[in-house]
Design a protein around this ligand. Sequence first.
Ligand code: 2HG
Ligand code: ZN
Length: 467
Amino acid sequence: MTTLLIKTLRDICGAAHVLTEAADIEPYATDWKRTTRGKPLCVVRPADCQAVAAVVKACRSHSASIVPQGGNTGLAAGATPGEDADEVVLSLTRMKAIRALDPVAMTVEVEAGAILQVVKEEAEKHGRLLPVSLAAEGSATIGGIVSTNAGGINVLRYGMTRALVLGLEVVLSDGTIVDGLRHLRKDNAGYDWKQVFVGAEGTLGIVTAAVLRLVPLPRETVTALLSVADVGTALTLFALAQDTVGEALSAFELISATSIDLVERHAGLKSPIAAGEWYLLLEAASSLSGLEPAMEKLLSDAFEQGLALDGVVASSRQQAQALWELREHVTEAEAREGGGLKHDISVPLGAMADFLAEAGNAVSEICPGAGFNIFGHLGDGNLHYNVLLNGAKNADAVNRAVHDAVVNHRGSISAEHGIGRYRLSEWLRTKPESEQRLSRAIKQAIDPEGLFNPGKLLPKQAKGDAV
Ligand code: 2HG
Ligand code: ZN
């Protein structure tokens, strides 16, 4: 059976694009953090949508499941295969054409395997911006950011990836190719089915191409770094920033002193301002000029009102880049420190300070030696509340304590990274049953046999069983 499936897949994709050797499979079988591993039957790399459909049909008829994978940069092990050797990793990395970019209509049609940064660079050549910005953008793919509804640092201004998706092409579990690649801003003709595939983590079908919305490329960008004493003050500053730079505010990031310390020790970078318990990295961007005086005013108001301890406005692109590097290296610095127990939480902004106090007390009680590498997208109410366990073994109890505090404040246990394999047990524990039932109903309607990405987002179903 297996040999026959491999042969069929080779006929579809070409022998060079069906990987069966352990060493070739390894990069696709391990997640970015290198903490979750799977044992797939093989890795296939189809060249186009028709080949994807043929792979799907072949796998289905041989009762093999499919794990779609893009740049494999996810942090929830959503693209990592499981332990049973009946899963085929379907890598979309060969499908990377930018099919059409229309600077007037401000749309781009692109295949799933295109690298986010490459598409952004192409848009920039036309004076347009694809406003999804994340540290992994040099490897993350369009299919991946759509399938995880990726967030990043500009959600504050432009929304999550979902807000940018105008059309999708998807392959369903029976091999049907659904061509919904419309370049329309307005389309109310029936259910907006494409949104069900956005953030579905590849559990409903395979996204093979997308039409995304672009925005005008800002001509002026101003970046500032401030230090503050506490999160309450950071939020007062957030309100001030909205009043001063208004809708131009495109990023409002919080970085703890611990995170800056990690980056200084592991990435060889240096903060240019005096320390506080917390740092804020702000950016404003506009097609019009006059941003710099607005940002300068924000800083002088912040000092006058005793909100900021220290601060700097970048005076050049290089300086702005250097400030962003402090933020972008936190994940890598944490990995070098030995890794953190990651949480990707969101709570209503008004509850953020209480959440931090509650979660901090609970974690310190369970794990007195724990450190806290907390950073993230404060403007979105989303923090990466990563706990440095320093060798302690009670990760599960810490996980539960953090998520209980999240639930107490009506927050989310996954603001932008998804559920994947990593957060499934906590999703089952914390998500209300009525919402779990809705999720199962969607899976049952679109992928009733559980062909796609088993064990991600929902528990793996036994072959032939309903979800
Ligand atoms: C970020 O905001 C990413 O930098 C990664 O979402 C978060 O490493 C993390 O926990
Ligand atoms: Zn993030």
